[in-house]
Ligand binder design. Structure first.
Ligand code: MLT
Ligand code: MN
Ligand code: ZN
Length: 290
């Protein structure tokens, strides 16, 4: 896990909520923005999302450092799960004429294509590869299968309507190992539940503890539902929805700074752990996943 926090990170630059103030004073573990790296030691790596904190995340992760020659990177591909700033902003840190494949649904690629600043990833250097839902995309020994999850278009595209390909989850497989990565999800549909059933490891949207959390904290006017995020708690929440699916290990990622469960010693964290969940932190290695 390169970054375990939601957009804004923890602490968020302009936020004085209790959690952010605590993190600033060293009283809570800080977290960078949403990204996961998956790879094989000595082989190719994939970045699942490229957060605006990517430069620091790469610097903190020796497996992702250059290995050979004067210019090099083990990062063979980047796979954004949506077009949100916290998931594509880091692409700008991957300029400097380094070849890799940028693989995403046509909807997400269209959002990137429409913004000329991303042309710093020059056409002849960075291949933009459209991904089809439910069709595997392979990089070395690793296979990624994108699947639709309920969600919404990025804030900067609101008004243009939402389609199935705006937000995806990823199944990651290598040999007999696999896990599921779903950092943004508005609701657990029966189809999604069926897909996650029996998974050895699920990294799942942990943005909010409860739907009106940002309103209650005074930090925002939107509910989780309005932002396309299911809550952790409650009868419609992620913990309830994933409780009976026989999942081996359940880890929340994309955790917002207002979420009380981001604090190691909160009652909400204890409740979540009692339900068999963990909260990711930067540098967490939930492998080996089988
Ligand atoms: C989200 O996950 O809802 C977005 O990343 C919010 C944002 O763009 O800041
Ligand atoms: Mn986000
Ligand atoms: Zn805050």
């Amino acid at each position: 896990v390169l970054g375990a926090a939601a957009g804004g990170g923890f602490p968020q630059w302009n936020c004085r909520c209790g959690n952010c103030e605590l993190a600033r004073r060293g009283g809570a573990r800080a977290r960078t923005q949403s990204s996961v790296a998956v790879g094989v030691d000595g082989g190719a790596w994939l970045l699942l999302n490229a957060s605006p904190d990517l430069r620091a995340q790469l610097a903190a992760t020796p497996a992702l450092w250059p290995r050979d020659g004067l210019r090099d990177s083990p990062v063979a591909a980047v796979v954004p799960t949506n077009g949100d700033v916290d998931h594509v902003g880091g692409l700008l840190s991957l300029r400097e004429d380094q070849p890799f494949t940028l693989a995403a649904t046509p909807r997400v690629l269209a959002a990137i294509d429409a913004n000329p600043i991303f042309s710093v990833l020059a056409p002849g250097v960075v291949e933009r590869r459209p991904l089809e839902l439910d069709r595997p995309f392979r990089v070395g020994p690793i296979e990624i299968v994108p699947f639709a999850v309920p969600g919404k278009v990025p804030l900067y595209l609101e008004g243009q309507g939402t389609e199935a390909e705006d937000v995806v989850g990823l199944e990651v497989r290598t040999g007999r190992r696999r896990f599921h990565y779903v950092p943004g999800c508005a609701a657990v549909t029966p189809q999604l539940a069926a897909r996650l059933r029996g998974s050895p490891l699920v990294l799942f949207d942990g943005t909010l503890w409860r739907d009106d959390e940002m309103i209650a904290a005074g930090t925002g006017s939107k509910t989780g539902r309005r932002m396309g995020h299911i809550s952790m708690s409650g009868p419609d929440g992620a913990m309830a929805a994933l409780a009976e699916l026989g999942i081996g290990r359940k880890v929340f990622v994309h955790v917002n700074n207002t979420n009380p469960a981001i604090l190691d010693d909160s009652p909400e964290r204890r409740e979540l752990e009692a339900a068999g969940w963990e909260v990711a932190f930067d540098g967490m290695e939930p492998a080996p996943w089988r």
